[in-house]
Design a protein around this ligand. Structure first.
Ligand code: MYR
Length: 193
């Protein structure tokens, strides 16, 4: 197989919509399986669930601080005027764009700085049936919390992000909690949009 063959094979693939969808599915599955392999490796490296969770969060943070540029460029979202708008953008635009799902959003306190993203479907756990008994405190998808935290930090929004409920742990839904830590007016360096 020469480079020419591969090129014509891939260009034919991208011309056929059915094939394109199939490729998309394969790369999504590869991504989900790769994520699983990452978590499995961290479970080998660290005995305590808390250490695995912290490591996933740190890795996610490194991704988030880079992902934000891609997200702002591709989505063309404008600067949000409230925490509630930001939470909606995360759920409706960012989750949709990167994970193909749209969590529902609810504000969970009177001050208006705590939000819940409820995921009915979590594509990252497509191949995971349940957590092993000895890994009961593992936050399997904790990378996502770090990604959100890192991305928000880059638009000058400090936030705490964590899993509040997880279907993998037997909860009825999967819920990510986002607590914005400062008042919106404290946000200094505005983006020129
Ligand atoms: C602004 O007000 O400047 C816009 C704020 C947009 C914040 C978007 C954060 C993106 C988080 C990405 C999460 C991806 C999870 C798969």
């Amino acid at each position: 197989l020469t480079i020419k063959h591969i090129r014509s094979y891939t260009s034919n693939m991208s011309r056929s919509p059915g094939r394109k969808q199939e490729n998309h599915k394969i790369s999504r599955e590869l991504f989900v399986l790769t994520y699983g392999a990452l978590v499995a490796q961290l479970c080998k490296d660290y005995e305590k669930d808390e250490d695995v969770n912290a490591c996933l969060d740190r890795m996610g943070y490194s991704i988030g601080i880079r992902l934000i540029d891609d997200f702002l460029a591709r989505s063309a979202v404008k600067k949000c005027r409230s925490y509630s708008e930001t939470a909606d953008v995360i759920a409706q635009v960012a989750f949709k764009m990167y994970l193909g799902v749209t969590p529902s959003v609810s504000c969970s306190n009177a001050t208006g700085n705590e939000f819940s993203l409820i995921l009915d479907k979590n594509p990252l756990v497509d191949f995971v049936e349940e957590l092993p008994a000895e890994r009961a405190s593992l936050c399997y998808c904790n990378l996502l919390c770090g990604v959100i935290r890192g991305a928000l930090e880059m638009v000058h929004l400090a936030a705490e992000v964590s899993f509040l409920q997880d279907r993998l742990k037997g909860d009825a839904v999967t819920e990510i909690g986002i607590t914005f830590l400062r008042k919106p007016e404290d946000r200094r360096h505005r983006r020129n949009k």
